[in-house]
Design a protein. Structure first.
Length: 439
């Protein structure tokens, strides 16, 4: 049933070294659709994962009227619409624009911002970063230079708890206990400390400095970690640019994210918020409607989608009984509202039939072996091929569909992949997963 296999080590980040490229950035967006096996695909950027009830309704309408009826969450808290018909681009753009989801057509693919989803809701963190999110998105859309960023360049706004600081962003802004903000550039050192009020502008300046260095070097770098620069060179340039704008910046050390960051907010009632996990990041029309109805009944009237395929509903003033009733409604649709669910330990790429490169329907196989996930030594991530699209950053068991059928199992710890085993017969997967003991 099990056969030993050897695997090549993984780098700690898929963008750890400069990558030669002979084409431009083909990352999909709302206006640039991607042709997938199940139809066209649109990726709608939602900075911080935040959207109003009205915007949620617009996305539901787009999925229902133009796509496959479902909404698919990405590892950056964005939404993908799949199964779109040929020629629907103009209708989709008009629908999104009317809902305020296309504030700048020239920047729609670069509005990649993740933010601590519980910021301001649970009493943790060093400060509420919601104002940073609004200001950074506005500054990004107003910057002509920022249009040159790739669709993969990522900003992270961390309220000090260390959750999104662990997502390998290109520019990370972390709220500090002393009231300042710490600006991190990829994984390089040093970080730069600035006044909290200057944080959004400092993040944009850092991105513009990166673009300047890309042009100077003549490379096609899409991420900061791909830029061939001596250690500290980019930080020095950012500091000079900040000084020219009257923003004081002092060297600082980036904080190491806590080991618990990888799972995101646990499901249930947390402070003045409700949290639900979305199995495999796929929401049916019914599930999306229930989430929207719950959000509409709160004072805030918004949703926050998380990079861990979850949803947070800010619910200030909601009493315990009403919170329990709302969570029960979400649970009845198949969303996860209890912290003990094995779904919290399972992720997967889209697999078949949506992806031509996938060798298996990994989502179906993940669902069939769900019970084994609760007994496995590490969380599981299922991939239809060796690209492992959307894989998490933390320790995990990689379950990769193999050529000719079956799966290869391997453990990833600290960014390094250890030798694993092969399962030739998918019927034996559940037993193999429960028994698999990472080295």
């Amino acid at each position: 049933m099990l056969a030993a296999m050897s695997t090549a080590p993984l780098r700690s980040s898929p963008q750890a070294t400069a990558a030669p490229r002979d084409r431009g950035d083909a990352c999909p967006g709302s206006l640039r659709l991607h042709a997938a096996d199940d139809g066209a695909l649109a990726r709608v950027r939602l900075p911080g994962g935040v959207l109003t009830v009205r915007q949620a309704g617009a996305l539901a309408a787009a999925a229902r009227d133009l796509g496959d009826g479902e909404l698919h969450l990405t590892s950056r808290g964005n939404v993908q619409l799949r199964g779109l018909a040929d020629g629907c681009g103009a209708d989709l753009a008009a629908l999104l624009d009317a809902a305020g989801l296309l504030p700048s057509p020239g920047h729609e693919r670069v509005r990649n911002i993740v933010a601590s989803p519980l910021s301001g809701l649970d009493g943790r963190g060093a400060g509420d970063i919601r104002a940073w999110l609004t200001a950074l998105d506005a500054a990004l859309c107003a910057s002509e230079a920022a249009r040159g960023l790739s669709g993969r360049f990522l900003f992270a706004l961390d309220d000090g708890r260390g959750d999104v600081a662990g997502l390998d962003a290109d520019v990370t802004v972390r709220a500090a206990a002393d009231g300042r903000a710490v600006l991190g550039l990829g994984t390089s050192r040093p970080a730069l400390a600035v006044a909290a009020t200057d944080a959004p502008r400092a993040a944009l300046v850092a991105a513009e400095a990166f673009l300047h260095r890309v042009r100077e070097s003549g490379t096609k770098a899409w991420r900061i970690s791909e830029l061939p620069l001596p250690a500290g060179a980019l930080a020095a340039e950012v500091r000079r640019r900040l000084a020219a704008e009257g923003i004081a910046a002092e060297p600082d050390e980036p904080a190491a994210p806590p080991a618990s960051h990888a799972g995101g907010p646990p499901p249930g009632a947390i402070g003045s918020a409700l949290s639900a996990h979305i199995p495999l990041g796929r929401l049916s029309g019914l599930q999306w409607r229930e989430l929207t109805h719950v959000a509409a009944a709160t004072q805030a009237g918004e949703l926050r989608l998380t990079p861990w395929r979850g949803a947070v509903v800010p619910a200030p003033g909601l009493g315990p009984a009403d919170a329990d009733a709302a969570l029960a409604r979400l649970c009845a649709t198949g969303l996860v509202t209890e912290p003990g669910s094995p779904w919290l330990r399972v992720g997967a790429c889209v697999g078949r039939p949506g992806c031509a490169k996938s060798r298996a329907d990994v989502r179906a196989d993940a669902a069939r072996t769900l019970a084994a996930a609760g007994r496995a030594a590490l969380p599981l991530y299922w991939s239809g091929c060796e690209r492992r699209c959307g894989h998490p950053r933390g320790d995990r068991i990689d379950v990769v569909a193999a050529p000719g059928g079956g799966y290869d199992l391997s453990a990833v710890r600290g960014g390094q992949q250890a030798p694993g085993a092969s399962v030739a017969d998918p019927a034996h997967l559940a037993t193999a997963l429960a028994a698999f003991s990472p080295a």
